[in-house]
Design a protein around this ligand. Structure first.
Ligand SMILES: Nc1nc2c(ncn2[C@@H]2O[C@H](COP(=O)(O)OP(=O)(O)OP(=O)(O)O)[C@@H](O)[C@H]2O)c(=O)[nH]1
Ligand SMILES: [Mg+2]
Ligand SMILES: [Zn+2]
Length: 304
């Protein structure tokens, strides 16, 4: 029997699919099917709406229905679809472990190029070093990004209002508190979390699969939900063209056309407007570095 469902978890080549009717996920346990993909294809992401053949809790995904949007990263030829059909991307940062601004910048570019709204979450603001991180994030606030400060352990009410009725993906480095935020907001989630030292010592990330947790388990399809994902170390975007990449850097986009050479790579070329603007400012120079890094890794030809 062909059914329609939403992929609520991806484990390597296995997928949990929750059946839906009229676009609404069915809440009962009998609506959950453990599926594989027909033909061993590797094109299924958490959030996908699929047609599947299913009976007694097992199934085979036949077709992935058209996606509204999707977020994916690619390092060279290796591609990984993170999730699809999203309303919001939450990039989670915390003062410890040491946050990577490159990862933040690249995740923001990914969301922008996918046409998905993004917010920056400064988690663990109960820690003393949170003030320094907040100050560093002023640069992003001035660019127009919204930064929400919270503590998953003490108070994350600001996030509750934002995610209600929407499907949000949490992304970020390992140990930032993504799963802890999910547990605080999605009742019955019980996503596995771990102390940072334990997680890093073992060399493994705590969360190893991507999973959707409904905010209202009684109505899994209508109250919105959070998608927890494994920690990332890098967010390669080699599938974007250089001119798409610069659109995710608003401070440099406005300088387009002002370098002496139309094909300026903003490295050592004379009269580079990007470098002139960044000159002695550490944060501007760092951002230019993240831009140049993505452009250099692009595997798509320049169209200039
Ligand atoms: N002080 C403090 N600790 C927090 C907060 N949120 C999470 N933590 C701790 O940070 C550690 C890592 O949290 P996780 O939720 O497992 O981190 P994660 O981002 O899901 O990590 P991965 O699954 O490896 O990607 C745990 O020990 C949490 O208790 C917070 O707001 N304040
Ligand atoms: Mg986790
Ligand atoms: Zn230039």
């Amino acid at each position: 029997m062909v059914r329609i469902g939403r992929v609520i978890a991806t484990y390597g080549r296995h997928y949990d699919v929750q059946e839906q009717r009229a676009g609404i996920l069915l809440p009962d346990a009998s609506a959950l099917f453990q599926c594989v993909r027909r033909g061993k294809r590797h094109d299924v992401a958490c959030g996908d709406v699929v047609e599947f053949e299913g009976a007694t809790g097992r199934g085979v995904i036949e077709t992935v229905l058209p996606r509204r949007n999707w977020l994916y990263r690619a390092d060279g030829q290796r591609e990984k679809m993170l999730a699809s059909n999203l309303d919001l991307v939450l990039v989670v940062l915390a003062p410890e472990p040491t946050p990577s601004e490159a990862l933040l910048s690249h995740a923001l570019v990914a969301a922008q190029s996918a046409g998905i709204e993004a917010r920056i979450i400064l988690n663990k603001n109960d820690l003393a070093q949170a003030g320094d991180l907040s100050q560093a994030l002023n640069y992003y606030r001035l660019l127009g990004y919204c930064v929400l400060e919270m503590s998953a352990l003490e108070n994350c009410a600001a996030l509750r209002a934002l995610v209600s009725q929407r499907v949000s993906l949490l992304v970020g480095q390992s140990g930032m508190g993504k799963s802890t935020l999910v547990n605080a907001l999605a009742p019955q989630a019980r996503a596995h979390t771990n102390t940072i030292s334990e997680a890093l010592d073992s060399g493994r990330h705590t969360t190893t699969f991507t999973r959707y947790y409904p905010l209202d388990p009684a109505q899994p399809g209508s109250g919105g939900g959070l998608i927890d994902s494994p920690g990332l170390q890098a967010f390669g975007l080699s599938y974007l063209r250089p001119e798409q990449i610069v659109q995710g850097f608003p401070e440099f986009e406005r300088l387009l056309g002002q370098c002496r050479f139309a094909n300026c790579r903003h490295l050592t070329e004379p009269d580079c407007a990007f470098r002139a603007w960044a000159r002695d400012d550490t944060q501007r120079l760092a951002r230019l570095g993240y831009l140049v890094q993505l452009q250099a890794a692009s595997t798509v030809k320049r169209h200039l």
